[in-house]
Design a protein around this ligand. Structure first.
Ligand code: ARG
Ligand code: ZN
Length: 849
């Protein structure tokens, strides 16, 4: 068997597999370093795809034996798998292979985590378990027997017989191999049950290591809410007798939707008030929902090939966002999502890694689980819903589930469903799937004789491999306010289809103030010259909560850019408008806390780059520090009052209401922290009975250079808890002064608790450095050097996590020649590492451009 040579795969080359799989029987004889996998697979020729050579994927498999219809055969080893001569009729393929889970540090296929067996097969991990057509368009019912001495042995579907040393599972729903899962180990369950709308009783379990039982209840509640919500909102019921969730400490991603057996990074499911922040709770609820929702959007209807990944991911992210909006606060969720989209997806879309939501080629598919496929993919669903309207959206979804249940579908299938359900032509909308890059809208306006005109121009900059972009259809939600602040035109959707277009509003008494792109109705960059007085007006009066927040954000950006460019002092427009808002107790505290948030260092750097200026990371950091100091001084009395007013006195509950109060109080605390030498933060740290309060205080103390005792105490208190210690690692780096960040990160990599084998710990340390703005980009180049050192070390063990973290360098062309030269040196150093993985090679090559 040879390794697959790196080659580019193209969407246009898709061909179906020449056989159908009628059934799969797998037997696992578990042993940590020598697990035997026996397979018995029934194949039948696929009349739609005749005349192919019979090829099965397989990687790192030790072949023991292979049979066709009972007779031994010797397969030919070819790149990435094996070929065999097979009958021109249905046949049974049998194989026995040996694999080594204990040696599997890539965490793909079957591997060990803390003595527990677990799997991760998406996208192409099943081929590391046994020979198989490991492609999502090959679907089959799986029966699994697990033999071993582990107390708990789980696989997909419903449980069958079990006894001393074995457990049987059968999954009646045909599925692709990427949804296969196996878990075995010393696990305990937090059990519950759910009765579906049609009265079917489903057994639910959250499986964890002994000791973590106390951290399951919140995840279980989130699961039950998700099940009820998908019935109520999309009419989708669960379809097996059991639903299992397992928490695993070593996991490359957040979680995985394996049929009936979701596997989670423990950081995305374990929760308790003492160890999890409010943000953790919200994220856990969303990820549980996301994986559960995949049962219909991903599993019952899967993807024909990996180019269609956004078919399941974009839609499922959209669905989990709807869920969170319903469970919590819709405006808060929208604002949080847009901050994330701009921070991660816009950054990606405007750099060397830009790719369409549906890419047309890849080398390593794991490199395409990106913010573009997921988050921009979700934005496309949102735009589609806006364009067709609420009722037509749900009609189209019903048709989608009806027509494609059991299929491996494509984006064309998806859009055809919408065309059939609504009668709309979506050919222009399809460009959103094919064209990379973030469109820029520039807006001017005119008012004459009661008629108001908005002139809008759209333009998308070139991206790698795509120089010219055709205009896309863009739903632009607009409302108009009169100068008193009354809404004279409620939200209306302008459908922009041309490169340049004008929209007219008649019968207005005076020139209105426009509120454009309400609720962030399209993933675009809006360029509209607006005075700070108008922004302050919108912050006070807009009826659209997203655009109220955006007006405050624009004021902050304007203030900060002026400070960075010419050392200007923060303007009173911003300071006064924000003060008016945060003082007003009739306003949602969560909204006020969000309004007090500031753009990230990275967003400011991107903004300057967009304006053809070279960002200076140190100047950006200093401007943010200055602004925070000025705000603290200007708002001192208000901050003191808000801190007292928004203390939560009831017992901790991870609700949106309590979380809102804590986030505003903590925003006040971090202002006061700049004035009192850390006294209040220290008191909060000492008194805290929940992680939200404790971590906010720890972060404030570190930022004020007063963290030494708290850092030591926090470690002593939490040394037994891996997830909390991850927070301890990252807080010290993220809140360090820029000149210290790399040295602190380096020292932490020498801490006895540091290990590069655990992706969470690696991310908490090196990932934190990569996200530390001026720390990572410090002129010394030490941050670049340290990250490159560790990427080179990690790559042979875990290519997936290494490749993902290479994105730290994706913005390198923004910076000055000195920084660019330093980064380029590191990129070439990584590329020169012997036997660099296909994953990392592809990423570095694309980043170099
Ligand atoms: N499908 C999973 C989810 O979004 C993520 C799997 C990621 N796998 C990977 N190899 N990148 O829920
Ligand atoms: Zn997903």
């Amino acid at each position: 068997m040879k390794d697959a040579a790196p080659q580019t795969i193209y969407l246009k080359d898709y061909t179906p597999f020449g056989w159908r799989v009628e059934s799969v029987y797998l037997t696992f004889r578990l042993a940590a370093s020598a697990t035997r996998v026996l397979s018995k697979i029934r194949f039948a020729p696929n009349p739609d795809a005749p005349d192919q050579r019979f090829f099965l994927h397989g990687e790192n498999l030790d072949p023991i034996s292979t049979r066709i219809d009972g007779s031994e055969t010797t397969p030919r080893a070819v790149a990435g798998g094996i070929e065999l001569d097979v009958p021109d009729a249905p046949f049974t393929f049998e194989a026995e292979v040996e694999i080594n889970p204990a040696a599997n540090t890539a965490l793909e296929g079957l591997y060990m985590s803390n003595g527990m067996y677990c799997t991760q097969c998406e996208a192409e991990g099943f081929r590391k378990i046994t020979w198989y057509p490991d492609r999502p368009d090959v679907m089959a019912p799986f029966s699994v027997r697990i033999e071993g001495s582990e107390p708990v042995m789980l696989s997909n579907g419903n449980p069958g017989a079990s006894g001393d040393g074995f457990a049987d599972w059968h999954d009646p729903w045909p599925k692709p191999a990427y949804l296969f899962a196996l878990v075995a180990g010393d696990l305990v369950t937090h059990p519950d049950s759910f009765t579906t709308a049609s009265g079917k009783q489903v057994e639910l379990n959250v499986w964890v290591r002994p000791g973590d039982e106390g951290k399951c209840a919140f995840g279980m509640e989130a699961l039950k809410k998700s099940m009820a919500w998908d019935e109520a909102t999309y009419g989708r019921e669960y379809d097996l007798d059991v639903f299992n969730i397992v928490a695993v400490d070593d996991f490359n991603m957040g979680a995985m939707e394996n049929k009936g057996l979701n596997i989670f990074n423990s950081s995305c499911v374990l929760a308790s008030p003492e160890t999890s922040t409010d943000a953790n709770f919200e994220r856990i609820e969303a990820i549980i929902a996301h994986e559960y929702f995949h049962n219909w959007t991903g599993n019952r209807i899967t993807c024909r090939d990996w180019f269609q990944l956004c078919l399941k991911e974009g839609l499922t992210v959209f669905r989990d966002a709807q869920f969170t909006a319903d469970m919590r606060s819709a405006p808060v969720k929208r604002i949080e999502d847009v901050i994330m989209l701009r921070g991660r997806q816009f950054r990606e879309d405007n750099g060397p890694l830009a790719h369409p939501v549906r890419p047309d080629s890849f080398v390593e598919i794991n490199n395409f689980y990106t913010a573009t496929v997921y988050e921009k993919g979700a934005e496309l669903i949102g735009m589609l819903k806006t364009l067709v309207g609420h009722d037509a959206y749900y009609r189209a979804l019903d048709l989608y589930f009806d027509r494609h249940d059991g299929d491996a579908a494509t984006i064309e299938d998806w859009l055809t469903v919408f065309e059939d359900a609504t009668g709309r032509d979506l050919s222009q909308f399809k460009r959103w799937y094919d064209q990379a890059g973030t469109p820029r809208l520039s807006v001017t306006d005119d008012f004459k004789d009661g008629t108001y005109i908005l002139n809008i121009k759209q333009e998308t900059p070139a991206t790698p491999g795509q120089t010219r972009k055709a205009p896309r259809i863009i739903p632009i939600a607009v409302g108009l306010l009169n100068p008193n602040g009354d809404e004279v035109q409620p939200t209306t959707i302008l459908e922009m289809t041309e490169a340049e277009q004008s929209f007219t509003f008649e019968g207005l008494a005076s020139k209105p103030v426009p509120s454009i792109l309400r609720d962030f109705s399209a993933p675009v960059i809006l360029e509209h010259e607006v005075s700070n007085a108008t922004r302050a007006f919108l912050l006070a009066h807009d009826t659209d909560p997203f655009n109220r927040w955006q007006a405050g954000r624009d004021l902050a950006l304007d203030t900060l850019l002026n400070m960075i460019r010419d050392g200007a002092v923060p303007g009173t427009d911003y300071l006064d408008a924000l003060h008016t808002l945060i003082r007003d107790d009739t306003q949602d505290p969560a909204f006020r806390a969000l309004a007090l948030g500031l753009p990230s260092q990275d967003e400011l750097a991107q903004m300057l780059h967009d304006h053809c200026e070279t960002p200076d990371p140190q100047a950006i950091w200093e401007a943010l520090e200055t602004l925070k100091q000025v705000r603290a001084e200007a708002y001192q009395d208000t901050a003191t009052r808000l801190y007292a007013r928004y203390q939560v006195t009831e017992p901790f509950a991870p609700t949106a209401e309590q979380s809102a109060a804590r986030s505003l109080a903590n925003a006040a605390m971090s202002m006061l922290n700049r004035l009192d030498g850390g006294a209040l933060a220290q008191k909060q740290f000492d008194d805290a009975d929940n992680m939200t309060q404790q971590l906010a205080a720890l972060s404030a103390l570190i930022a004020a250079d007063k963290g030494e005792t708290a850092v030591a105490r926090f470690y002593q208190q939490w040394r037994h808890d891996r997830l909390v210690i991850d927070k301890w690692f990252s807080a010290q780096i993220v809140h360090a002064r820029p000149e210290d960040a790399a040295a602190i990160a380096k020292t932490l990599t020498q801490h006895p608790d540091f290990t590069m084998k655990n992706p969470n710990r690696f991310r908490a340390t090196l990932g934190a450095l990569a996200m530390s703005g001026a720390g990572f980009h410090h002129a010394s180049g030490d941050g670049y050097d340290l990250l490159a050192d560790w990427l080179i070390k990690l790559d042979p063990l875990n290519p997936q996590t290494t490749a993902r973290m290479c994105t730290a360098f994706e913005t390198w062309k923004r910076y000055d020649t000195d920084r660019q030269a330093k980064i380029e040196t590191q990129l070439h150093r990584i590329l020169a590492a012997p036997d660099l993985s296909r994953d990392t090679t592809e990423m570095i090559t694309r980043i170099l451009g």
